[in-house]
Unconditional design. Structure first.
Lengths: 165, 199
């Protein structure tokens, strides 16, 4: 039990931030992202004994996180919309700085992508290796590279057009 | 105008961080277990007395017609069916190996699960409702011999009226909203499944 706890704690410390980014990118608001991150790690705990060393722990955790995000759309009729991202700015206690506003704009731009694009791009932004992203998304690496190229272009365009507004 | 590299730098400088600690998650894991156990306990608390009373009636009360015994058996069957279906559902939710599947397979599972739930909440519930109606109809034969005529007529009118309200008002509304909900959900799942297609 204590070994399992130690392992779980290590997994949490190593992966929680990236899982949170993934959930934030997917949902577009921090409260839901925190909920989904918690839910993901609860499932990680419940399934620790099922981990078979066929992939890295991080890949396995991302897979659970992605599927948890997909369930989110199913259970809540919420979608990442522009107004949700206003909460990103509201979450700061002080006057939002230019950098914070840019981050909020970035999340707002990610929210305008399709669901699988949001998942892929947050992993790309977090510099997760392509083979790992391909495994998490369940697509071939070749296909992933094509998708990433397209999503990067699309996100850059959306971000720049949002910045102009 | 920003290039993607600049956007990526911005991403790495972001401040939003998870505000959930490791301890909070462990606490919630324990809480979840307790909540599930509590929910199951309440289900048992609700179902057990009803089953015991019905079984006691079958054994201890001398009914004058066999149709009443049959009505009791149908009622026990309905209550047990409801209870075991709930139990199976909890078990399925906890059996989360689907979570480790590829996203496209997971979406397929979600779709199948939702459709199954929809059948249970609509079609199976209609069968359940019909069984209870049959049980009441069978019991009314006994009531006919026991109760004064007008009391009997009044009771039958009340029961029929109640069933009609349940079926044509509550049930219709429920099925309508449930079907609408499931259609939207399936539509969303289909759309996302299309996005994950490996082509």
């Amino acid at each position: 039990m204590s070994n399992q706890r130690q392992l779980f704690q290590r997994l949490f410390e190593d992966n929680s931030k990236k899982v949170y980014h993934l959930c934030y990118g997917y949902t577009g608001d921090s409260d839901s992202a925190n909920d989904l991150m918690q839910e993901t790690f609860i499932k990680v705990w419940q399934n620790l004994d099922k981990f078979r060393n066929q992939s890295q722990f991080s890949t396995w955790i991302y897979r659970i996180a992605v599927n948890t995000c997909l369930s989110y759309l199913r259970t809540a009729k919420r979608r990442a919309t522009d107004e949700l991202n206003d909460t990103i700015i509201e979450n700061y206690t002080e006057e939002p700085s230019e950098k914070q506003e840019q981050v909020a704009l970035l999340y707002r731009s990610i929210a305008q992508l399709e669901e699988n694009e949001r998942i892929i791009i947050t992993m790309v932004l977090d510099e997760i290796p392509y083979p790992e992203i391909a495994e998490v998304a369940g697509i071939s690496e070749g296909n992933l590279r094509v998708k990433i190229h397209r999503i990067k272009h699309k996100l850059t365009e959306i971000y720049n057009s949002n910045e102009r507004v | 105008m920003k290039e993607f590299d600049e956007i990526q730098q911005l991403w790495h400088r972001q401040e939003p961080e998870p505000n959930v600690s490791f301890e909070a998650i462990l606490k919630r894991i324990k809480g979840n277990k307790a909540a599930l156990a509590r929910k199951l306990l309440w289900q048992i608390v609700a179902v057990a007395p009803a089953t015991i009373i019905l079984l006691w009636m079958i054994i201890a009360v001398q009914f004058s017609t066999w149709t009443t015994y049959l009505a009791c058996v149908i009622m026990v069957g309905c209550v047990c069916y409801y209870f075991f279906t709930q139990l199976a559902d909890y078990h399925n939710i906890r059996k989360s190996h689907h979570l480790l599947a590829k996203p496209q397979d997971y979406i397929h599972y979600l779709k199948a699960f939702q459709q199954k739930r929809n059948h249970f909440n609509t079609r199976n519930y209609a069968v359940y409702e019909a069984c209870i109606a049959v049980a009441f109809a069978l019991y009314s034969i006994e009531m006919y011999f026991v109760l004064p005529f007008w009391t009997f007529v009044g009771s039958i009118i009340f029961i029929v009226f109640w069933f009609l309200i349940c079926h044509f008002v509550f049930m219709k509304q429920y099925i309508h909203s449930e079907n609408e909900r499931i259609e939207e959900m399936i539509e969303n799942l289909e759309r996302i499944k299309g996005q994950f297609r490996d082509a």
